[in-house]
Design a protein around this ligand. Structure first.
Ligand code: PEP
Ligand code: CO
Length: 456
């Protein structure tokens, strides 16, 4: 038998493998039409941006940069509005500013946005009061309302999703290019609803310290630091719906390679990372930097198989492993994972997702995450990587720029009872603006104290 790396690949070769988490469409002709249409539409990103991101991720892998990847668990079509998008961009920029100041390294900003519309589900069907309907799989597939019509997988939504991804990224690019992301003007990123005085004050101190540093540098060099102060911003989503991903996969003659041009950094979720499965087959053939979510159920052989299949040439920046063990398991699972990858002799970028291993349901029936568990998993992850001579080069966070109450804890001490006030996610609970900013502050502070353990 030929090993998977040497069997011929093409953008539809995944179709001969067992596939998980794909919707069942009743109108096959309509599906074919939608996919054919999607294949003719222009790409959302271009290959040289994708290559630039891979090079930046390679720097993170060497310990010279840090990845901040964040956004909604699932974007919705309804949230494709200027205010929601600008607020999400703003909190990511604010967090990156705080991390830049604390970690003293370039921050690579990647949104879970402009295409994060498809969700894996634990069950294909959902039953309520005796009625059984297909599960909601994200706006790319169907609608969350519990009616037969809303839950029917509709191929047209693939086109609507593509359009909204393009609209979102177009707006983000315009904001970034237009100066919204210029470090000289952090006042554009005002703190919105952040009311917590200490948090606000700490953030203002960081902003003015960066302002002073820029003034100082520009003063002594006699020129602007324009290049360094306009930030880049990249998009990512879970590459789950393989017909959608395939339709946006293009052969770029100039590079002589295939790229998924629906996003810069697609990732493989925990539930679709089977070594012999369709997702691994699809991902091995595209040239984007890619990521895989890693949970406790993945043993050494599985991890080593992923590394061998997805990055056979050991190309720097190609493979990011996003571990999501949970505060309870990280202590035992992480050292094993680091050791397993080390035995392959290959290098990866390690990133911690402290969200998905820490989801719980309250007695009131809300899916939530506790800030203290999120922080604990991060703390343990930073410590273990350092102890093992490895480098934790990024964080992956579910957040929103809005004032929601979906995760408990944080400086304002949200409790289970607060969750009903503004719980808006139809999938996983997100940190709100204030909690996300606080998390960035805590990561930055702790990294400073690790670098200067005796400073007071
Ligand atoms: C997610 O990132 O929303 C997700 C489903 O994560 P995981 O695959 O890690 O469970
Ligand atoms: Co999620």
């Amino acid at each position: 038998m030929r090993s998977p790396e040497t069997t011929p690949w093409h953008s539809a070769s995944w179709q001969s493998k067992p596939v998980q988490q794909q919707p069942a469409y009743s109108d096959v002709k309509a599906l074919e039409r939608a996919v054919a249409h999607l294949s003719r539409l222009p790409p959302i990103v271009v290959s040289w941006e994708v290559e630039a991101l891979r090079e930046r991720l390679a720097a993170a892998q060497r310990g010279q940069a840090f990845l901040l990847q964040g956004g909604d668990c699932a974007e919705t079509f309804a949230d494709c509005e200027s205010d929601t998008i600008a607020k999400k961009l703003k909190i990511l920029l604010q967090m990156s500013l705080v991390l830049l100041h604390g970690l003293k390294k370039p921050i690579i900003r990647v949104g879970r946005m402009a295409g994060q519309y498809a969700k894996p589900r634990s069950a294909d069907m959902e039953t309520r009061n005796g009625l059984t309907l297909p599960s909601y799989r994200g706006d790319l597939v169907n609608r969350p309302e519990f009616t037969a019509e809303a839950r029917t997988a509709d191929p047209e939504l693939l086109l609507r999703g593509y359009e909204r991804a393009a609209l979102t990224l177009n707006f983000v690019r315009a904001l970034v290019d237009g100066g919204f992301a210029d470090l000289h003007h952090p006042e554009y990123w005002d703190l919105g609803f952040v009311k917590h005085a200490q948090l606000k004050e700490a953030y203002q101190r960081i902003v003015s310290s960066i302002g002073d540093a820029l003034d100082f540098f520009e003063g002594i060099s006699g020129r602007g630091v324009h290049e360094a102060t306009i930030v880049d911003f990249y998009a990512s989503h879970e590459g789950l719906h393989l017909l959608y991903e395939q339709a946006q996969t293009r052969f770029i003659t100039r590079q002589n390679r295939w790229y998924n041009l629906s996003t810069h950094l697609p990732w493989i979720g925990m539930r679709t990372a089977q070594l012999d499965g369709a997702h691994i087959e699809y991902f091995r053939g595209i040239s984007n930097p890619i990521a895989v979510k890693v949970g406790s159920a993945m043993d050494a052989a599985w991890l080593q198989g992923l590394v061998a299949t997805l990055n056979p040439q050991n190309q720097p920046g190609r493979l990011t492993l996003i571990h999501r063990f949970g505060a309870r398991d990280v202590e035992t699972s992480l050292p094993r994972a680091i050791e397993a990858v080390r035995q392959t002799g290959q290098t990866v970028l390690w990133v911690c997702d402290p969200m998905h291993g820490n989801t719980e349901t309250t007695s009131g029936g809300f899916k939530t995450r506790r800030f203290e568990n999120i922080l604990k998993e991060l703390d343990v992850a930073f410590r273990i990587h350092a102890e093992m001579g490895s480098y934790l080069g990024g964080v992956h966070i579910e957040l929103t720029g809005d004032d929601v109450t979906e995760c408990t804890g944080g400086a304002r001490g949200l409790t289970d009872a607060d969750l009903q006030r503004a719980y808006r996610s139809s999938v996983d609970p997100r940190l709100n603006h204030e909690q996300a900013l606080e998390l960035a502050m805590l990561i930055a502070e702790r990294s400073q104290s690790r670098r200067h353990p005796h400073a007071v």
